[in-house]
Structures are given as structure tokens and as C-alpha cells.
Design a protein around this ligand. Sequence first.
Ligand SMILES: [Zn+2]
Length: 77
Amino acid sequence: MMKAVAIKKGQTRERAPDFTEMGTFRCDTCGEEFVVFHDPAFVDKKAAGRQAQWLEKVLAEEHERECRHPDRIQLPD
Ligand SMILES: [Zn+2]
């Protein structure tokens, strides 16, 4: 089961109904914002910090490959 996910801002309402909002991450390159959500049973602030660093790399790679950011990105534990 998915424990953590980042969802593009504006897409969140119908996509993560029961999850806990952990913070917003902004892509340095294009300014697009993603909200990080955790399953309420697995809320973990340290993990959210690691996930933000991971997300920063993933978003930068997508710009290098000229890919659009997906609406939702599953995050590692
Ligand atoms: Zn971007």
C-alpha cells in the first residue's frame, strides 16, 4: 500500500482524501508546487524531509529529460 505521495497543487482534493498534509514543495526550475501527503498511520516528519530531497532530484531530472511533471509522484519510505 502507498504510504506517501506528492500531488501537484490544485489536483489534491479528489486524489488524497484521507491523507495528512505534510508540507508543500516547490520545483526550483518551473515553480510548480507539490503537496506531500502521508498515510495518517505512517506520518513521519523525518521521512518527509528525506522525501523532499528525493523529490528535488526527481523534478530536476524531469527537466533535464524535458518531461512534464506527473500530477502524482509516489514517494519512497
Ligand atoms: Zn519543475
